[in-house]
Design a binder for this molecule. Structure first.
Ligand SMILES: Nc1ncnc2c1ncn2[C@@H]1O[C@H](COP(=O)(O)OP(=O)(O)OP(=O)(O)O)[C@@H](O)[C@H]1O
Ligand SMILES: [Mg+2]
Length: 258
C-alpha cells in the first residue's frame, strides 16, 4: 500500500515534467537526434564491433562534461589509462589538463580481483560524478567478477546461492550486470557503458542482457565493403527518435555524424 502511494507520487511528478532533462552527448548532431541528449541519470549502452568507435563516443561525452565543469569518471576495464589518453589525443581530446584540475578521474580496474566491485562502488557512490563511463562490459562475459564476501551489501547472500552455478552461467552474469547497473543508478550520474558485439550474434550487447537493463542503446556498425560506418539509436527511454542508421565518420577530431 505504501509502495502504491510512493509510485503515485512519482508518476504525478513525471506528468508535471513532460520532458526529461537532457545531458549533451558532445556531438551536436546526435543531440539533435535525441531531443537534446541522453536522458539525465540514464544508463546508455554503446555497442558495436571492435574498432567501431565506442570509446571515441565516450570521449565526446567526457569532453563535453569537462567543458561544462562537470565531474567525470572513466572506468577502464582491462585497459591501460596511459594508452587511453594517447588514443584520446589521436582523435583530438587532451584530457590531461582536466585530470590535473580534478574534473576527470580515470581508473583502471581488473575484474579478476575480488576487491574490484568494492573499488568501483567506493569510487562511484557519494562522489557526485555527473558523468561516468564504464568501458567495457565485455570482460564480464569471460570473468563475471567476484564480490568480497565480507562486504555489507543487501544482496550479498544471493551470491552464496549463485555459487552453486557455474561461474560463467547466465544467472551469475545477470546478477553481476544488475549489481553494476544498480550501482550506476545509485550514483545519480548519467552513464555510458560499452559492449563489444561479435559478428553473427543476434543480440545488442555481447552478454545479451545489458540492452534490457539500459535506458538507451546506441549501436555502432562498420561496413568494410562499402568503407562506411553507421550509428543507430536503437532505444532511448522517454525520447522520440529516428531508428534510421546515420552515416558517421571518424577523423582526427573524433566522430562526425553526416
Ligand atoms: N585519427 C583517426 N582518424 C580516423 N579514424 C581513426 C582515427 N583514430 C582512430 N580511428 C578509427 O577509430 C577506431 C577506434 O575507435 P574506438 O577505439 O572508439 O573503437 P572501439 O569500438 O572502442 O574499439 P574496441 O572494441 O576495440 O575498444 C580505429 O579502429 C580506427 O578505425
Ligand atoms: Mg574501445
Amino acid at each position: 500500500m505504501m509502495e502504491d502511494l510512493f509510485y503515485r507520487e512519482e508518476i504525478e511528478k513525471s506528468k508535471e515534467k513532460l520532458t526529461l532533462d537532457r545531458v549533451s552527448t558532445g556531438i551536436p548532431k546526435l543531440d539533435d537526434l535525441l531531443q537534446g541528449g541522453y536522458p539525465k541519470n540514464g544508463i546508455i549502452l554503446v555497442s558495436g564491433p571492435p574498432g567501431s568507435g565506442k570509446t571515441i563516443l565516450c570521449f565526446h561525452f567526457i569532453d563535453k562534461g569537462i567543458k561544462q565543469g562537470e565531474k567525470c569518471l572513466y572506468i577502464a576495464v582491462d585497459q591501460n589509462v596511459k594508452s587511453l589518453l594517447i588514443h584520446a589525443c589521436s582523435v583530438g581530446f587532451d584530457f590531461l589538463p582536466a585530470m590535473e584540475k580534478g574534473l576527470l578521474k580515470m581508473i583502471e580496474v581488473d575484474i579478476e580481483k575480488s576487491s574490484t566491485y568494492n573499488r568501483i562502488a567506493n569510487e562511484v557512490i557519494g562522489r557526485e560524478y555527473q558523468r561516468v563511463v564504464f568501458d567495457s562490459l565485455s570482460p564480464f562475459i569471460d570473468t563475471p567478477f567476484v564480490i568480497d564476501r565480507d562486504v555489507d551489501f543487501d544482496k550479498v547472500p544471493i551470491i552464496d546461492k549463485l555459487s552453486a552455478y557455474p561461474a560463467d552461467s547466465r544467472s551469475v552474469l545477470r546478477f553481476h550486470l544488475r549489481r553494476l547497473f544498480d550501482l550506476l543508478r545509485k550514483s545519480q550520474s548519467t552513464s555510458l557503458v560499452t559492449s563489444e558485439l561479435l559478428e553473427g550474434k543476434n543480440t545488442l550487447s555481447r552478454d545479451g542482457i545489458s540492452e534490457f537493463l539500459a535506458d538507451g542503446v546506441i549501436l555502432l556498425s562498420v561496413d568494410p565493403l562499402m568503407d562506411r560506418r553507421k550509428l543507430t539509436i536503437w532505444k532511448m527511454r522517454g525520447t522520440k527518435h529516428t531508428l534510421k542508421p546515420q552515416d558517421m565518420i571518424i577523423t582526427g577530431r573524433g566522430i562526425d555524424i553526416k
